[in-house]
Design a protein around this ligand. Sequence first.
Ligand code: FES
Length: 160
Amino acid sequence: MTKARVAIEAGLDWINEIVAEYSQQKWPLIPLVQKIQSEFGYIPPQSIPIIAKAVGLFPSQVQGVISFYEQLYTEPRGKKVVRVCRGTACHVRGAKTVLKLVKQHLGVEEGQTTPDLEYTLETVACIGVCALAPNIVVGERVCGHMNPKKVEQLFKKSGG
Ligand code: FES
């Protein structure tokens, strides 16, 4: 059984409690799903019928709202999101190689999360510190002037 599955099963009672709390509000859907995501790291698909019932919508309508917002996730996310910059400055200074190396170290593709739920890998257009290109952001930390050795040092604990 995966960590995420255990977390879901352990958390369904708790999700029911949050849903009951928010169902007292007039327009509870967005704050409710945000609350669940902030506590769980994502919105477990198993919680969608519970949420739908509480707010008087069909599960497909709740799913539609969740799908509309890029900031809402129905799959587990890593503790840290790794964002590799693919902007022009980073691109000309080797972002493609950096991305390839990060993928190798983490063993995932863009948009995927490592099985240990440590990292989710994403790419971004520009993070605004082009002078330090090529850049990646790990969690809140900007890592500039990336090269193969720095990538290795950053992720050596991940076992990748
Ligand atoms: S292009 Fe990468 S930080 Fe601007």
